[in-house]
Design a protein around this ligand. Structure first.
Ligand code: CA
Length: 517
């Protein structure tokens, strides 16, 4: 099907918008008469913006009902509005914001939805039954990986109810300014990662011995649940005098793993309410369709999850910063609004120390995909949060302690965001992409949602859901939100995602704003 043979499709998000995006695959050629609008002055690629009216130099360009920039020069109706024509507005000040002024109507409860999960002693529920090996320091990663491979090969066949072994490798623990401001973020991230619901409450730690991040500092008393009869975390220390040679280190890890595998293997899935889901949502490799198809569908799904009593976390601070007034207004209380402002102010300072601002977020791929700047990207990103009141804020590396819609303050980096959401207790991940990324995590299923059908077809064995059907008119945003909700319950119950099928497991990436020594 060529663009010329199709009916021109444009998508306008808000009645006050003076631009729309081109929906047709392959874009539209110059001379195309848009439905009810101008004639295209030049060819416009798919997902890129076209001016619906004449826009004078200095006038606002409006999408999602907000000013995404001002015209650097006069833009004639029917022209391609690309990022070079836009002057980006300054970030909204963090003072004088509306604090919990909009009380979203409380959503009616959604009852009767369940999944088959693994109940944990601490009250959380896993969607997978994994043995995790926590590491205090990067130095042990090579030995742990050899041991993990041996566990997979020699032990796992004896423990068929265990889904896999996850070596929680990271780059922290030695050569770090461990008492510097900000160092608490990577440390508490690792601490809470060890407690992810998908690890069944079993904590096996491998330490080197001389590292700054000692096991007692990583896991102080009370920070993790202990099995009956245990007083401290189960730690294998490679520098212990008992280890004579490499083989004895590996043997120690494998032997300790057997104890944890026996307990994990005795667990069975049981029917639990959908309220036990802790879903982290994020996007990566975004295009201008992200905010039209996939992210709005995720927003509908987020509302369904909140109605079902579940926890939904949205994140990516630089991608919601331009919508801060929407978020503070939607906060459930002034205290939650203040927590949102606190996290955003901290992040503004963090970026400023690096000599950049939130505009450093957008990638060449974002721009090639029609997203002119971070304001436009943010408006499309924030819709993933749906419409519920924001019930709480999770600082980076902390564990979520309440249900409902939460703002988990994390960088937008796919891997750092995913790692921090895992630390917050995520047991299921939703990831939307327009440009395409093969993202996957070892610790948690990742459900990938394509923003465009062309991507869903081309990456047919990587994308779990095609939200491009919204743009083509085959499905409504509501229908796609429900489809995602049902898919999440199936995946939570054990249905494998494409990333799991191919064992696509991106490494963890810690957020460490503190100095390295
Ligand atoms: Ca991201």
């Amino acid at each position: 099907m060529t663009a010329a043979a199709t009916v021109p499709v444009t998508v306008r998000m808000h009645e006050s918008d003076n631009v729309a995006i081109v929906g047709n695959e392959g874009g539209l050629p110059a001379g195309t008469a848009l439905p009810g609008g101008p004639v295209l002055q030049q060819a416009v690629p798919q997902a890129h913006k076209v001016a619906l009216v004449d826009i004078a130099a200095g006038e606002p360009v409006i999408r999602y009902g907000v000013v995404i920039g001002r015209a650097r020069a006069a833009i004639a109706a029917g022209s391609w509005v690309h990022e070079r024509l836009l002057e980006m507005p300054a970030a909204r000040e963090l003072t004088g914001l509306p604090m919990a002024t909009v009380q979203p109507p409380s959503l009616p409860p959604l009852e009767g939805h369940t999944f088959e999960g693994y109940r944990n002693a601490d009250g959380s529920v896993g969607t997978r039954n994994l043995l995790a090996i926590t590491q205090t320091v990067q130095c042990v990663a090579g030995v742990v990986e050899v041991a993990a491979e041996r566990i997979r090969r020699e032990l796992l066949p004896q423990f068929p109810n265990v889904d896999g072994v996850v070596a929680l490798e990271h780059g922290y623990g030695c050569g770090v300014a461990i008492d510097a401001p900000g160092a608490e973020i990577p440390i508490r991230t690792l601490r809470h990662l060890a407690r992810n619901p998908n690890f069944g409450g079993e904590v096996l730690v491998v330490s080197l011995g001389c590292e700054k991040l000692q096991p007692a500092r990583l896991l102080p008393p009370g920070s993790i649940p202990l099995a009956a009869g245990e007083e401290t975390a189960d730690v294998v220390c490679l520098q212990d005098a008992q280890h004579v040679g490499f083989e004895s280190m590996v043997r120690s890890i494998v032997d300790r793993a057997r104890v944890h595998l026996e307990r994990l293997n005795a667990r069975r899935r049981e029917t639990v309410p959908a309220s036990e889901l802790v879903v982290g949502v994020q996007c990566g490799g975004s295009d201008a369709f992200s905010g039209v198809t996939a992210n709005p569908a995720v927003g509908v799904c987020a509302d369904l999850l909140v109605r079902a009593g579940a926890t939904v976390m949205f994140s990516e601070t630089t991608e919601v910063r331009d919508g801060v007034a929407q978020l503070t207004a939607r906060a459930a209380s002034p205290e939650v609004a203040q927590a949102i402002v606190r996290e955003m102010a901290w992040y503004d300072d963090y970026l400023q120390r690096g000599g950049v601002d939130r505009s450093a977020n957008t990638t060449p791929g974002n721009k090639a995909g029609g997203l002119s700047n971070i304001v436009e990207k943010a408006m499309g990103s924030i819709v993933k949060s749906g419409s519920a009141a924001i019930a709480g804020v999770v600082p980076p590396g902390e564990r979520a302690t309440q249900r409902g819609l939460l703002y988990a303050a994390t960088p937008a980096s796919d891997f750092i965001c995913g790692t921090l959401q895992l630390a917050a207790g995520m047991n299921l991940h939703v990831f939307t992409t327009g440009r395409g990324t093969p993202y996957g995590l070892a610790a948690c299923p990742v459900v990938k949602v394509a923003t465009r059908s062309e991507l869903a077809r081309r990456w047919h064995d990587l994308m779990d859901l095609d939200a491009g059907r919204i743009a083509s008119g085959e499905a409504s945003v509501q229908e796609m939100g429900w489809a995602l909700f049902q898919l999440l319950l199936e995946v939570a119950s054990g249905r494998r995602t494409w990333a799991e099928h191919w064992k696509l497991e991106n490494p963890l990436a810690l957020f460490n704003p503190a100095p390295i020594t």
